[in-house]
Design a protein around this ligand. Structure first.
Ligand SMILES: Cc1cc2nc3c(=O)[nH]c(=O)nc-3n(C[C@H](O)[C@H](O)[C@H](O)COP(=O)(O)O)c2cc1C
Ligand SMILES: [Mn+2]
Length: 485
């Protein structure tokens, strides 16, 4: 993650073409067809190719959509500036070390940049120029904001946040914004609204890859994702001071807007339905019954031949993120909380966080599990935390399930913690709880570890040893088509 992290989305796409599979698809339809292709590819192909759509139906050539950018961990490694030939677990470890060792670097203001190649202001703003997708059959509209960042400034402390929140394309100069309770971008908007003011806002579509990954990791409140990304890259993000809002506009984003979010009491709109990452339609007006905030767009900036980044949620069986900054962030936060001998961390969507430890004392596993329930990286809308021993690779779901099957005594090794931070998009949230705005849920913590007190008496593992496995793969590769690692 040092000097070599990609500068912008197009540089990242070119570099990704060198290290993995990719496909260009011409003539596909923004209305459902592209969404269906993306989800089906992610479900059926392990380490799926990056998909690049051009000549999208009814849109001019060059107005492109890029998808599945982070569905292969090798591409995530590239985005993080890490060596892509490492294992997934090793990459999470390297990410957490980098997070630990980097110092925030504030952005660098420049006069202009590629995002200013096309400038449309006021009445000329027209977001319908872009082939925003309608991804799922019952989506209430088209979404331009999925692979996006939303940027606003806390009026009290001055800290500038960058988060990924979905944006519906309501009209040529009007966007819907869905921010879950507790999100930093929403807390900042509320501080403006409480003063009776609209919240100035910048958003990007097709940000640089590291900004995107940081914008959807829960970096603690008050730490600017701009400075964080600068620190991880080892050089500042280049920004242009927005002429309308004064907010930073990332200079090499594909598309950016400036605008404002009026208090919802002044202006709001129905939002959604939208197929969300748990695999159900949720959030927005669905379930809450409440109209949602809008962004009134005052200026539109975009590069020539702009690339929208699609990150519309997929059914969880079609993983769109093979490795996230979140796992590295959680590892760092656990160590910062004093949890010792963490040997691995991984997350399978927001719902399952796995922490591997080398147990050193009775109570160590519980300490690690409780910390993972509370840490900012994993605290919002989780479901399960699984603590495993260090012989389990937390990135390997088969190994994690095996530990849960064989090392957990359900009566004594599962803790239930109720009342944790959740979101109205949780499909399992009872309607009355949602109506009462009690956006909390319970967590189960599985201690899938050998009981510390008698760990030496635990039966020996009978699985083929790694050495023997590697030997038979080598010796029989010409007969049996073992996948190349
Ligand atoms: C593709 C994608 C889309 C997301 N969409 C939303 C959204 O619509 N609303 C929301 O509240 N969080 C959404 N999230 C989660 C937030 O980006 C994440 O919680 C992040 O930490 C929020 O920024 P903040 O920590 O500065 O509040 C999304 C995440 C991803 C990866
Ligand atoms: Mn934040």
């Amino acid at each position: 993650m040092a000097e070599n992290a990609c500068h912008d989305l197009r540089e990242f796409i070119e570099a990704s073409k060198q290290i993995g599979d990719w496909k260009e698809i011409k003539g596909a339809d923004w209305n459902l067809e592209i969404g269906a292709l993306i989800e089906t590819t992610a479900e059926l192909i392990p380490q799926p190719p990056m998909l690049l759509f051009d000549e999208i139906k009814n849109y001019p050539r060059g107005f492109r959509v890029a998808a599945l950018l982070f569905a292969s961990y090798k591409r995530v490694a590239l985005a993080l500036g890490l060596p892509h030939e490492k294992s997934k677990l090793e990459l999470v470890r390297l990410a957490s070390r980098k997070i630990r060792s980097s110092q925030p670097i504030p952005p660098l203001e420049v006069k202009t940049g590629p995002v200013m190649e096309n400038v449309l202001k006021g009445k000329d703003v027209d977001l319908l120029r872009f082939p925003a997708l309608r991804s799922h059959e019952n989506d209430g509209g088209r979404y331009i904001g999925t692979g996006d960042t939303v940027i606003n400034r806390d009026p009290d402390s001055g800290f500038i946040n960058m988060g990924t929140y979905r944006m519906q394309l309501h009209d040529r100069d009007l966007l819907g914004l869905w921010m879950s309770p507790g999100q930093h971008g929403r807390l900042i908007c509320m501080r403006h609204w409480e003063k009776g003011q609209s919240c100035p806002i910048v958003a990007t579509f097709g940000p640089d890859p590291l900004s995107f990954l940081a914008a959807n990791a829960k970096i603690p409140w008050g730490q600017s994702e701009f400075d964080y990304v600068g620190g991880l890259r080892g050089r500042p993000l280049e920004i242009i001071k927005g002429p309308i809002t004064g907010l930073p506009i990332p200079a090499s984003a594909e598309v950016a807007i400036e605008g404002e979010v009026p208090p919802p009491s002044v202006e709001s709109r129905d939002e959604g339905p939208f197929g969300e990452w748990p695999g159900y339609y949720s959030g927005g007006t669905v379930g809450t019954g409440e109209a949602q905030p809008v962004i009134k767009v005052k200026a539109l900036y975009y590069r020539n031949d702009p690339i929208l980044q699609d990150e519309a949620p997929l059914w969880p069986g079609a993983p769109r993120t093979d490795l996230s900054l979140r796992a590295g962030l959680l590892w760092d936060q656990l160590e910062s909380a004093g949890i010792q001998d963490v040997t691995g961390v991984y997350s399978f969507t927001n719902y399952i966080y796995v922490v591997a430890i080398k147990q050193r004392y009775a109570g160590h596993a519980k300490q690690a599990g409780m910390a993972a329930v509370a840490a900012s990286a994993s605290a919002r809308h989780g479901r399960y935390v699984v603590v495993v021993d260090d012989d389990i690779d937390p990135t390997n779901l088969k190994e994690v399930l095996w530990a849960m099957m064989t090392r957990v005594d359900p009566a004594t090794n599962i803790d239930i913690v109720d009342g944790c931070w959740s979101t109205p998009l949780d499909p399992r949230m009872p309607p009355d709880k949602r109506a009462a705005r009690d956006h909390t849920n319970s967590r189960a913590v599985f201690y899938a570890v050998r009981p510390f007190e008698w760990r030496d008496k635990f039966p020996k593992v009978s699985r083929v040893s790694r050495e023997l496995r590697e030997k038979v793969i080598r010796d029989f590769q010409n007969i049996i088509p073992f996948p190349k690692g």
